[in-house]
Design a protein around this ligand. Structure first.
Ligand code: SF4
Length: 113
């Protein structure tokens, strides 16, 4: 069974976009300051994991419990955010926010927990 990969909290305010460049299929959807993977289109190759400068991508089956809610979030937001064919480049805030804690509260365009 194919399990999708999931983008998690440390992408928020970084959105480097390197994952888009290496992915063999088109399955990334971009929001204002975060990015998600469409679980239907992801073929679970894992290439994006090492490409992510923020270490924000996990196989769904290996999500840390504290990040488990991101699986549902990737699924729901990929249905409403636009598909991206090419990365638009890191956000200007990317390096300053990479690794910061408590980024969830800064997520734009998604329901709050
Ligand atoms: Fe794309 Fe592979 Fe990452 Fe899925 S696991 S998002 S198919 S690079």
């Amino acid at each position: 069974m194919i399990m999708p990969h999931v983008i998690t909290e440390n992408c928020i305010l970084c959105r480097y976009g390197s994952c888009v460049d290496v992915c063999p299929v088109v399955c990334f959807h971009e929001g204002p300051n975060f990015m998600v993977i469409d679980p239907v289109e992801c073929v679970d190759c894992g290439i994006c994991v090492d490409a992510c400068e923020a270490n924000a991508i996990f196989p769904a089956a290996q999500l840390p419990p504290s990040l488990a809610h991101y699986q549902k979030l990737n699924e729901s937001l990929s249905a409403v955010w636009p598909l991206v064919m090419e990365a638009s480049g890191p956000l200007t805030s990317a390096d300053a926010w990479n690794g910061a804690i408590g980024k969830w509260q800064h997520l734009v365009g998604a329901p709050k927990a």
